[in-house]
Structures are given as structure tokens and as C-alpha cells.
Write a protein that binds this ligand. Sequence first.
Ligand SMILES: NC(=O)c1ccc[n+]([C@@H]2O[C@H](COP(=O)([O-])OP(=O)(O)OC[C@H]3O[C@@H](n4cnc5c(N)ncnc54)[C@H](O)[C@@H]3O)[C@@H](O)[C@H]2O)c1
Ligand SMILES: CCCCC/C=C\C=C\[C@H](O)C/C=C\C/C=C\CCCC(=O)O
Length: 267
Amino acid sequence: MPEFNVRDKVFFITGGASGIGRGLAEGVLARQGKVFFIDVQEEAGQEAQNELAATYGAINVRFGKADVTNREGFQETFNLAVTIFGKVDVMVNNAGIVRETRPAQVIAVNLLGAIYGTEIAMAHMRKDHGGRGGRVVNISSLYGLIESPFLPVYGATKQGIRSYTQSLSLSPKLEEIGVEYATLHPDGVQTSLVLNVQPGDILYLEELTKQFEEKYLQMEKLVDAFFQLVSLEKMNGAALLVKHGTKTFVELSLEEKGDTFTVKPRL
Ligand SMILES: NC(=O)c1ccc[n+]([C@@H]2O[C@H](COP(=O)([O-])OP(=O)(O)OC[C@H]3O[C@@H](n4cnc5c(N)ncnc54)[C@H](O)[C@@H]3O)[C@@H](O)[C@H]2O)c1
Ligand SMILES: CCCCC/C=C\C=C\[C@H](O)C/C=C\C/C=C\CCCC(=O)O
């Protein structure tokens, strides 16, 4: 099977108006793919669409306003993408927030939103229901692999995304369904999610700021790593950790110690 080529593939990206989603959208267009992206921020989304269209052509990129926690609205924009581009080949569930004081909201956006997006994409892509197959990449985090005292709720959603996505990748019907699943685990990137953090969004922010060495991962490196992941001949089940200076495919191993088992990321 040849390497998965981005050219002429249609990507659907959630949370694409800014940050990582926007970076990935531009990466798709630069590789001659097509993008439909959604976001709750209408003005920023329209602006991003106009800027990307000016460089890469209006026929290759479209924005739709939608909230990933509203399944109906999410489905409507997905249907619109299929109407405009004829198909969706790659779903990227990227929309996410950090707000430790609002656990229900964080779980709804980060976890439920990614589950809705995966279900919507899978229903369209699955070969056993007349689809063409496809790929789903769910954006987790470094904190989808390790724990942080600063972000327990956020971390739980990111570990949830990892577990959900990797569980789907184990489907015994994978061949006939024809949909592959993977997770991306970025370290800190300087986006509005990090730069606009308010007291209360993160626990012990003062301590975190003191110990943080400002070793951010560059967007360019993250975008390259994403395309390395999505272009794999066989992407299913991959989990790619991208840190400042390194990128590593990680596997989770179950360690047995007497009667106890511990799950440890093999980093
Ligand atoms: N920046 C980092 O350090 C970092 C590290 C690891 C993982 N991530 C993850 O990457 C993803 C993107 O984050 P980012 O850093 O680019 O942040 P960002 O704030 O720049 O972008 C997130 C986008 O999601 C949109 N969004 C928020 N709620 C939404 C909703 N309900 N429906 C639709 N869109 C919504 C926002 O409007 C925004 O445009 C998130 O899932 C985040 O958890 C970020
Ligand atoms: C100084 C403010 C940092 C705010 C980080 C907020 C959200 C980060 C979400 C990402 O998914 C986290 C991924 C990587 C960590 C990024 C930065 C913090 C590093 C601090 C630490 O060493 O724990």
C-alpha cells in the first residue's frame, strides 16, 4: 500500500480558526489538500478563511461556524463539507479548552466534542456502509500520557481522548470498516490556549509559571509531525508524542508486579 498522500484529500478540522487547528489547516493547503474547518469564533474563522483562500485558493478552503458540543450543528457543517468537497478523507478533532473551574464544559468540548466528531466522520467514511474509508486523528496532549498537578480535569479529557481513540483502533472489524485512528500528543505550543490562561483556568498557576522553562514546541515542528503521522502507510493505533526537540511514537505497556498492574507510557 502506498504512503497516504495529502494531495487532493479533504480534511475536516475542528477549532481551526486559531492556534494548532489553523496551523494544520495551512499545512494541508500547502500540501495541496482541501480543508473545511469549524470553530465557535465566527469572526476569527471568517478571517482565517479569507487569509488562507487568498494564498491557497478559495475553492480549497471553507469555514463553518459550529460548536462541537452541539451534535446537530456539528453534523450539519460536516454535511456541508461533503456537499462542497464531495467527501471527507481525514477528520481532525482538535477543538479544546483549558478551564479547571468548569469541568463540565471542558469535558463537553474536549472529550464529548471529539467523540461526536469521530462518530460523525466514521458514519461517513466506513466502507461497509458505502463510504470510501478514511482517517481520524484526535488531538490529545502530553498530558494525555502523563499526569500534571496543574491540569487534572484537562488531563482527564486528554487521557480520555487517548483511551477512546486507541480503543477504536483495536476494532476487530477494522479491515471491513476501513477507518484508521491515531492520537497526537503535543507538548506546550504558544497558542491562545496557553497565552491567554487566566487564574483559575489552571491550578497553582503561580507555581507552574515559576517552574516552566518556556521551552515551547514550535508550531512548524508540530505541523510536520502531524503530516508524518497522517501520511503513514498504516496509521491505525499510532500515538505520536511531539516535544520540544523530539518526536516519538509511544506505546503503552502494562507492567505486572505481583498482583498489581500499572500502565506506563513507554517514552
Ligand atoms: N497549545 C498547547 O500547548 C497544546 C498542547 C497540547 C495539546 N493542545 C491541544 O490542541 C488543541 C488546539 O489548541 P490550541 O493550543 O490551538 O488552542 P487555541 O485556543 O488556539 O485553539 C482552539 C480553538 O478551538 C476553538 N474552540 C473552542 N471551543 C470550541 C467548541 N466548543 N467548538 C468549536 N471550536 C471550539 C477555539 O475557538 C479556538 O479557535 C486543543 O485540543 C488543545 O488541548 C494544545
Ligand atoms: C505557563 C502557562 C502554561 C499553560 C499551559 C496550559 C495549557 C497547556 C495545555 C497543553 O495540552 C499542555 C501540554 C504541554 C505543557 C505546556 C506547558 C506547561 C508546562 C509546564 C510543566 O512543566 O508542567
